[in-house]
Design a protein around this ligand. Structure first.
Ligand code: G3P
Ligand code: CA
Length: 244
């Protein structure tokens, strides 16, 4: 069965990367969540997508220039103001505590292409190990050097390269960097590539799958998982197809 991973939580319906978005993903029955991490000024691993605070919070400037204490004073539900109440920027530790109360997969994307955030890999792995979540975590990034670093630091934790443009034989590339799956943009995931990966035993989890016809195509192909802003809708579509 194709698993459903809720992108930034249920980002299409709730403020992205907040506990209310993750709770919604669990409530509707998604098998996993995807989320983004960066480092605060004082080195805390925090959950937020953009390097800047401007789009999703009531603050401005870079995440890396604020301490955790400062970040915790901001409202993270900016895009959904008035609909879901106030939300704080979660830490990765808070998310891991939440994950310990369910059985969901968690894809942690390291947001370390714009700023490299030295030490981010070590901190994420230390937290994953501290909460004994090694078997339910997949670390992804557009920074593939960082994924190799993660694999060397913690071979027991799965990694998966994110990419936007077509790769030649991505299953070979993924294996070469020690990754256990690929996370391509939907535009770099034609049927032929997905089928070849699956034949070669390389799981594929494309992003961001929000259109019904794309969901259907991937469910019918038996794709390993999809990453979507609309997990509730994806579950409805998957049920309708009754694919296993
Ligand atoms: O992990 C898939 C997807 O989240 C990557 O792109 O920009 O939404 O983090 P972005
Ligand atoms: Ca992401």
């Amino acid at each position: 069965m194709t698993l459903i991973f809720a992108h930034r939580g249920s980002a299409g319906t709730h403020p992205e990367n907040t506990m209310s978005a993750f709770n919604e993903a669990a409530r509707v029955g998604a098998e996993g969540i995807e989320t983004d991490v960066q480092l605060s000024k004082d080195g805390a691993v925090v959950i937020i997508h953009d390097e800047k605070l401007d789009r999703t919070t009531n603050a401005s400037g870079y995440v890396k220039d604020r301490t955790l204490q400062e970040l915790k004073t901001f409202h993270a539900s900016f895009g959904f103001k008035g609909k879901w109440g106030k939300e704080k920027i979660p830490t990765l530790e808070e998310l891991l505590i939440w994950l310990n109360r369910n059985q969901m997969w968690c894809n942690i994307e390291l947001k370390n292409t714009f700023f490299l955030y030295p030490g981010l890999e070590e901190k994420v792995i230390q937290l994953v190990r501290a909460y004994k979540m090694e078997e339910r975590i997949i670390i992804s990034s557009f920074n593939h050097y960082s994924l190799v670093n993660c694999h060397q630091l913690a071979p027991e934790v799965q990694t998966a390269p994110l990419y936007r443009d077509g790769l030649y034989m991505p299953w070979v590339y993924a294996k070469a960097i020690g990754a256990s799956a690929i996370h391509p943009s939907i535009r770099a995931a034609p049927d032929i590539i997905i089928q070849a990966c699956l034949r070669m035993g390389m799981p594929v989890r494309p992003y961001t799958i929000n259109k019904t016809d794309e969901m259907k195509r991937l469910f019918e192909l038996g794709c390993s998982a999809i990453i979507t802003d609309y997990p509730k809708e994806a579950i409805r579509v998957r049920k309708g197809l009754q694919v296993n």
